[in-house]
Every structure is written in C-alpha cells, then in structure tokens.
Design a protein around this ligand. Structure first.
Ligand code: LLP
Length: 416
C-alpha cells in the first residue's frame, strides 16, 4: 500500500499534487508520504503486539530527523550504526532505552556518546570491539549492555552486496567462535550480557532464510543457557524486502507469524531492525526531463536527477519503476533514463518502456524512500536534493535543497 496515486490524470501524494511540489520546491526532490510511513510502521509492528518486542527502525534507510521523529511518536526505537545516527535519533526524541547500536567499526567517541545517552544495547561484532567497549564503559563508570552479533551463515538469496550473514561476510562473529566470545564477555567488568543478535541481509523476499537463521541462533542460545549465560533479548535484525518490480515478499503478517512461531516460547524479548519495509514504498524521487536524445543504438531521456541523488540503479542494478507525473498519450518507446553525471553508470533505468516524455515533463522514480537520500552524495558538485513530507493536503520541506555554498562548506578558502 502507498499513497502515490493518479487522480485526474496526474500523480498525487496523499492530497497534494507532485507537480505542485515540483513547481514550488524545485527538482529533483524526494517526497515522502506521512500516511504511508505510519501505515507501514504499524503494519510491521502491530502483528507483534502479543509478544514482548521492540521495533527499532533502521535509521540508515532514511535518516531524516522528521522521519525518525514520526516513528518515535509511534513508539518506535531505532537501530543506529554511527555516532551521526545516534545524534539524529536523539534530536528526533527517540527513547535511548530503545536504541540498539550495530556496525563493525564503532569508534571510541561513538561508544562514549552512546554510553552517555544510556542506549539499550550494543551489537558487538568482534573480540577486539568487545575489549574496546569494555574499556570505554569502565572509563565512563558504566556497564555496556551487549549482544554479540553472530553470523548464522544462511543465504538470504538477495543481491551479493546486500547479503550480510554469509560465512565470507565481514559482519558478525561465526557461531562457532561466539561461545568463547560470551565466556570472555562474562569476565569483563564493563560489560553486561543482554542478548544475541543476527542480521542476514537486506531486500530478502522470502521468509525461509529468517526462519533458518532464528533456528540456528536458538540452538546456540541453548548452549549458552547450559553454561549459565542468560540472555534477555533476541535481535533478528532487519531485511524484509519490498516490491520494486515483481518481487512477492512475504507480508509483515506472514513474517510475524513465522517469527512468533519460532520464538514465542523462548522467553526472549524480540528486537527488530526494519528499514526498507517501512520507508521504501513511502517515498518517490521527482525529477524533471531535461533533454530527450537518441543515437544509433538507443534513446535516452536526460533528467535532472542522477546517480548522486539515487545510487541504487547504478550500484546494485536495482529496478525502480518510473512513472510520468502527468502521462502523455502516444506510443511507448524503449528508453534509458539517465542523469547529468559524467559516468556511463549514471542511469535511473535502462531499456525501459515508457510513454512519450518531453522536455520539462516530470517523472516520479518510485520506491525511493529507502536508501535514496540517505545514500546521496555531492558527486559532480551537485547539491543534494530537498526532502518533503506530505501529510494529507499539506506538505513541509523537511530538508532544504543544498546550496552552492553548502558544497564548499569546510573547505579552506583559496589564498589570494
Ligand atoms: N540492521 C542492520 C544491522 C543492517 O545492516 C541493516 C541494513 C538493517 C538492519 C536494515 O535492513 P533493511 O530492513 O532496510 O533491509 N543500500 C542497500 C541496502 C543496505 C542494507 C544495509 N543494512 C540498498 O539500497 O538496497
């Protein structure tokens, strides 16, 4: 479900015409639907209402403070992976007791800030990180609650860049080594063992890999309890996929049913770290066609958004549907939708059948709410786009378009 629909021959986001936002805010612009964000959060969270759990929205998927605040208002916690994300989460008013800190390379100042904030838990990914966290906690006169992130070695059947739980992956600790990790953790005065964590990958479109991972980790937790290592939390990470094209991911209710069946009797409080499934289809990138052109081999539509604004097609070969905001009549043609960046890899779509697109037409790049703006860069010295949040019949700019001055902020002025 999402609230980007054609009405009277043009796309609206909830009650606001995308063309109006483009005219008033300019393009490219990310547009998010508050109603869709809230609907997706509740669709994910409410099937778990009968079991102890915390849904910790994964900030990296869409890091805008207003988006985080919307979820915080619905009772969400967050999954963070940097001091920057911690800063955003606290600014957004997230309850620190609902913050989990993941990532393979947490640095001391980030640990210090998270300890000072009193976050719920650190998901620790290596022996040396555990030792460093122990030192940071002792220096702060605190104990850091931890889960070890174990690597269950299951294949999530997704893009290789998005698989994180395979043997060869940099993430987590192999289950075979994690037992010693917990024994070691138990001896460290700055560490309090709280739970166990795994995350198998992203854009996972079937429920089996999650079930496999849970079962493997559960077997391991029994070994731990036999060794008198008691855990309270079971963090199963994020990763549930969405429909970009023709994928048929499990509905959150189906996912929840399987997870609850596996974990209901375990006594664990379950932590979820969903990102994409909540924000992915709640946002679009609106771009304007600059120049249609063709050569002997291909037709192109050059638009004002590029790989620096939305890198997913270039980086993963990801599919994003592209819809004309105000469709024209006429024969469809096969085109590449490309940006102004000086790289052949700068495309938003390749070999896509599209209705006629003329100079000045607006296009909506769909399903751009997750890993869109949050992965945007300034490559080619392009200011990053504005972000807009629509609520009913009104909208708000929740991040201004960057200016040229923003591009050089922090650079040393040339000596004259
Ligand atoms: N938890 C951890 C530890 C993660 O690493 C991630 C995503 C998530 C949760 C949230 O996963 P989600 O529910 O969104 O699948 N840039 C890529 C996706 C990278 C995902 C990285 N980790 C993309 O555009 O597809």
């Amino acid at each position: 479900m999402h609230l980007f629909e054609y009405k009277n021959g043009e796309i609206y986001c909830e009650g606001v015409r995308l063309a109006r936002i483009a005219a008033e805010v300019g393009t490219p612009v990310y547009v998010y639907s508050a109603g869709t964000l809230a609907h997706h959060f509740n669709a994910f969270d409410s099937p778990f209402s009968g079991v102890p759990h915390i849904t910790c929205y994964s900030v990296k998927s869409n890091s805008n403070v207003s988006v985080i605040r919307l979820f915080a208002g619905l009772g969400s916690g967050v999954d963070i992976v940097s001091g920057g994300e911690l800063f955003r989460a606290l600014k957004a008013g997230v309850d620190p007791q609902k913050i989990v800190f993941s990532g393979v390379g947490k640095q001391r100042p980030e640990m210090d800030a998270a300890l000072a904030a009193g976050i719920l838990m650190f998901n620790v990914e290596s022996h040396d990180e555990l030792v460093a966290l122990d030192a940071a906690a002792r220096a702060a006169g605190k104990r850091a609650r931890i889960s070890l992130r174990v690597n269950p070695d299951v294949d999530p059947a997704t893009h290789p860049y998005l698989a994180t739980g395979l043997k060869k992956s940099k993430f987590g600790i192999p289950i075979a080594k994690a037992f010693d990790g917990y024994l070691h953790a138990k001896t460290l005065p700055g560490i309090e063992i709280a739970g166990i964590d795994c995350h198998i990958g992203s854009q996972v479109t079937s429920v089996e890999p999650f079930v496999d991972a849970i079962r493997k980790v559960l077997v391991f937790t029994r070994r731990l309890s036999d060794a008198a290592i008691a855990l309270q939390y079971f963090d199963i990470g994020g990763g549930l996929g969405i429909t970009y094209d023709e994928e048929k991911p499990p509905h959150p209710v189906e996912y929840a049913g399987e997870v609850i069946r596996e974990l209901a009797d375990s006594g664990f409080k379950i932590i979820f770290e969903p990102g994409r499934v909540i924000v992915g289809n709640a946002g679009v990138l609106v771009t304007r066609a600059l120049y249609p052109k063709e050569n002997e081999a291909k037709r192109f539509v050059v638009v004002d958004a590029a790989m620096n604004d939305l890198i997913r097609p270039s980086l993963y070969g990801a599919f994003h549907a592209i819809k004309p905001v105000v469709p024209r009549d006429g024969a469809q043609a096969m085109v590449d939708v490309v940006g102004p960046v000086c790289e052949s890899g700068d495309f938003l779509a390749q070999d896509r059948l599209m209705p006629p697109v003329e100079r000045g037409d607006l296009l909506a790049v769909m399903s751009a709410g997750a890993y869109g703006f949050s992965m945007a860069s300034n490559y080619n010295s392009r200011p990053r786009p504005a972000e807009v949040l629509v609520e009913g019949d009104t909208y708000r700019v929740i991040r201004e378009r960057e200016t040229l001055e923003d591009l050089v902020r922090g650079e040393t002025p040339p000596q004259v």
